[in-house]
Design a protein around this ligand. Structure first.
Ligand SMILES: [Fe+2]
Length: 288
């Protein structure tokens, strides 16, 4: 290969890698359930996950424009807003710009991921989040009301916050806390939780629709192979993207927006997820 052809190939490869890491993709799902109240039929929820403090234009302009175009009525942020290796209290501006911009578009709820636990400055981040207008929903449950009907939104901070000698990944304490929080309500309930590998627990807690991240889409998605690698699930992970529905309960896994240890995405561009709730009727109701 001569020098000119080599230069062209390197430039094309570099441009491709940049596009794979920065070209935003929008994914839209519909989640239908007879438990969705009539007033929430058509309600649009947008999910942001795993930003890892990534920058999408000055002041996150490109990201916020895409958010606005999806016309959300609620925005949920499912952890890893910052990156434990690359973010300090002095450099969390991109993460805060994202939250503040989101909160100007629609009510915005946030929960912490494993990077917030590991970073060592979560109390400072939490204080800064308070000033963005977004709501920190770590271990909280709120009701959203429209035309006299309500849905519940609850938030679980990452299991790692509970880790200790007797519970190295914190999952036992996490499960206890989640089941206690879920016991507080009967209405259609959304959960924000970073971890997609705990879907069985979310169903046990009676969650109607869980929003998760963490898996980064498997980082590389190769034809014929699928997702290659994900934190918490290792090689060839199962829960890396998409909406799955089992026994009427749903779980959305976002591929996320940024990167952590592994710096490149392939076949797996940064993703914004929008979910529209739909009320479907029980057979008995249809006959009425
Ligand atoms: Fe992440």
């Amino acid at each position: 290969m001569n020098k000119l052809a080599l230069s062209a190939a390197l430039a094309a490869g570099g441009a491709f890698c940049l596009w794979q890491n920065n070209g935003l993709e929008r994914t839209q799902y519909t989640f239908a359930s007879p438990r969705v109240p009539e007033a929430f039929d058509g309600f649009r929820i947008l999910q942001i996950s795993d930003l890892h403090n990534k920058v999408f234009g000055r002041g996150q302009r490109r990201l916020l424009k895409a958010l606005e175009e999806l016309s959300p009525q609620l925005i949920v942020v499912t952890g890893d807003l910052i990156d434990k290796r690359r973010t300090t209290p002095d450099t969390m501006g991109p993460a805060l710009d994202c939250l503040a911009g989101a909160a100007r578009i629609a009510p915005t709820f946030y929960v912490a991921g494993n990077h917030e636990e590991y970073c060592g400055f979560y109390p400072q981040l939490r204080q800064a989040i308070r000033e963005t207008g977004a709501v920190n929903l770590d271990w909280k449950r709120v009701s959203l009301t429209r035309r006299g009907q309500s849905i519940g939104v609850m938030g679980a901070a990452d299991p790692n916050f509970f880790r200790g000698p007797a519970d190295p990944w914190g999952q036992a304490a996490f499960a206890r806390r989640l089941l206690a929080l879920a016991g507080e309500g009967e209405e259609f309930t959304i959960l924000l939780s970073h971890r997609p590998e705990l879907g069985g627990l979310y169903a046990q807690a009676g969650v109607d629709l869980a929003f998760c991240g963490h898996a980064h889409g498997g980082q590389l998605r190769l034809p014929g192979v699928g997702a290659v690698l994900s934190p918490g699930q290792g090689l060839f992970p199962r829960h890396t993207q998409g909406l799955t529905v089992q026994n009427g309960r749903g779980m959305v896994v976002s591929r996320g927006l940024g990167n952590s240890l592994f710096p490149q995405r392939i076949g797996n561009r940064p993703e914004l997820v929008a979910v529209t709730l739909r009320r479907v009727f029980h057979k008995a109701e249809e006959k009425m």
